[in-house]
Design a protein around this ligand. Structure first.
Ligand code: NAD
Length: 478
């Protein structure tokens, strides 16, 4: 018996959770359920996190969490419980299988069978945002080596376990050479440990276009958080429907399983929603807790139901479907098919899967880190960069010299273009005047001098090299 935590969520959540639990229990799932309340009711009772502290205790004790979708109220400072749960529990890996069920579910891509492995904790989803000037706000994109190593290794281990042939990486490292560059570099490093699995990298824009057009060209795709969020919805939708895809959020200790879609409030309380997405999440959960026998039985019954044409409204199609059913009727149909195997769709055989080998992250020996300069970000409402340069050059710079000013990344001084549009947010780059480099005291003196001269510095970024390699981007046009 495994004790799991269940949250029925909001909107269509309770209906699809009841359907899912009735199916897996009928299939003999060896689970005991602790139910907790999360979501809208909790938010609206004044708790902006959407979950009570005692519920965290239950989730952390049981370690396995099956969650229906929840509604995050708009505005009012409510935090997304999904993002908080993934990060609090260290659920770094989000696995989203997107498989077409042609010809029983309408799709333009009859042979699609793609697994999206999305990094789940970092990237722009760190949610670190600031307004810095009247005109400019920023969001920090944080990518870490442990984050990249863990997700990329997960993708290759998953591919090996599932007998997949290829892992593809999507990034935009032609532009973001540090952040996406690290993700890509770690992908190349780890890929070498899996010589039997083909590997490739695509720039995300053309990769996304190819995925939407020719998904059969892909097998497992691993990507940073934001790209994975967007493209897994695209992949699920083009496979047939977002209502059919489930998702596993996996960490070192805990795991959460859900549907990829939301709470569809407009469909709530009508007994019409498709429970398949959550059921797919529950099947991943059963595999995860070592109940692959039950998972296999449920998946084969579900495939049989789909190919019999017993469909909820979202996938119902005249001429293809045989019966339009409600949420509960769909669950009953799956239950009556338990023990059956599909005749046309490929039956699954889950047992005998090797365990994933996911060693703990080992911190590397620190590199030789050297301060190579500093970027001062300045709020200045003027228009001509030459005027700003003249002000900045008056600062007592002691060992450093203004080398460049950029605006939104593009170099505007020296030798800027008059056509370049400038905001009130300027980056002033200082480099050492001699090969001796600089130290933190230089930066403090520089800031002090800026204060004296009335220059509004809104933040600084230190420029480092690691083992002699510059580790910061150049100005565009530099
Ligand atoms: P949604 O996924 O809830 O619904 C979009 C549309 O897709 C629905 O109107 C419906 O037509 C269809 N649909 C979705 N699931 C279906 C199902 N199981 N069966 C049949 N049709 C289905 O997206 P939304 O309307 O943008 O979001 C509604 C709420 O859900 C928001 O509050 C959002 O924050 C939340 N949300 C929660 C999660 C989660 O809990 N993991 C994920 C996404 C969105």
């Amino acid at each position: 018996m495994t004790r799991i935590t269940v949250a029925k969520g909001d909107g269509i959540g309770p209906e699809i959770m009841d359907a899912t639990l009735s199916i897996i229990k009928a299939a003999g799932a060896r689970i005991e359920v602790d139910e907790i309340e999360v979501g809208e009711k909790v938010y609206l009772s004044g708790n902006t996190s959407g979950i009570a502290p005692e519920s965290w205790d239950t989730i952390r004790r049981n370690k396995i969490f099956l969650k229906a979708p929840i509604t995050t109220p708009q505005g009012g400072g409510y935090k997304s419980l999904n993002v908080t749960t993934r990060k609090f529990l260290g659920l770094y890996s989000n696995v989203r299988p997107c498989m077409s069920l042609f010809p029983f579910v309408n799709t333009k891509h009859p042979v699609m069978d793609v697994i999206i492995v999305r990094e789940n904790e970092e990237d722009l989803y760190a949610g670190i945002e600031h307004q810095q000037t009247d005109e400019v706000v920023q969001c920090l994109k944080l990518i870490s080596r442990p984050g990249c190593e863990r997700i990329v290794r997960y993708a290759f281990e998953y591919a090996r376990q599932q007998n997949r042939k290829k892992v593809t990486c999507f990034t935009k490292d032609n532009i973001m050479k540090q952040t996406d560059g690290l993700f890509h570099a770690v992908f190349d490093e780890i890929a070498r440990e899996y010589p039997e699995i083909e590997n490739e990298h695509w720039i995300i824009d053309i990769g996304a276009a190819k995925l939407a057009d020719t998904p059969e060209a892909f097998d497992v795709i691993v990507m940073p958080n934001l790209y994975g969020d967007v493209l897994s919805d695209v992949a699920a939708q083009i496979a047939g429907s977002v209502g059919l895809a489930g998702s596993a959020n996996i960490g070192e200790e805990c795991a959460m399983f859900e549907a990829i879609h939301g709470s569809a409030p407009r469909r709530a309380g009508q007994n019409v929603a498709n429970p398949s997405g959550l059921l797919q999440g529950a099947i991943m959960m059963l595999n995860h807790i070592g109940q692959s026998d039950v998972a296999e039985k449920v998946q084969n019954a579900w495939l049989s139901t789909i190919e019999e044409g017993v469909h909820t409204y979202d996938i119902y199609k005249e001429g293809v479907s045989s019966r339009k059913v409600s949420t509960s009727e769909f669950a009953e149909a799956v239950i009556s098919n338990l023990g059956k195997k599909p005749e046309n769709l490929k039956a699954v055989a889950y047992s005998e899967r090797p365990k994933l080998n996911l060693p703990k992250y080992q911190r590397k020996k620190p590199a030789l880190k050297r301060l190579e300069g500093v970027d001062l970000f300045v709020h200045w409402p003027g228009e001509n960069p030459d005027d700003l340069a003249a002000i900045i050059q008056k600062l007592d710079t002691n060992g450093v010299k203004l080398s460049m000013i950029t605006n939104r990344g593009i170099k505007v001084w020296p030798d800027g273009f008059s056509e370049t549009f400038c905001t009130d947010h300027w980056r002033c780059r200082f480099k050492p005047v001699s090969a001796d480099g600089i130290n933190s005291a230089t930066i403090i003196e520089l800031l002090n001098s800026a204060l004296v001269h009335g220059v509004d510095v809104i933040k600084t970024e230190n420029l480092y090299s690691f083992d002699g390699k510059p580790a910061f981007s150049l100005g565009q046009g530099q």
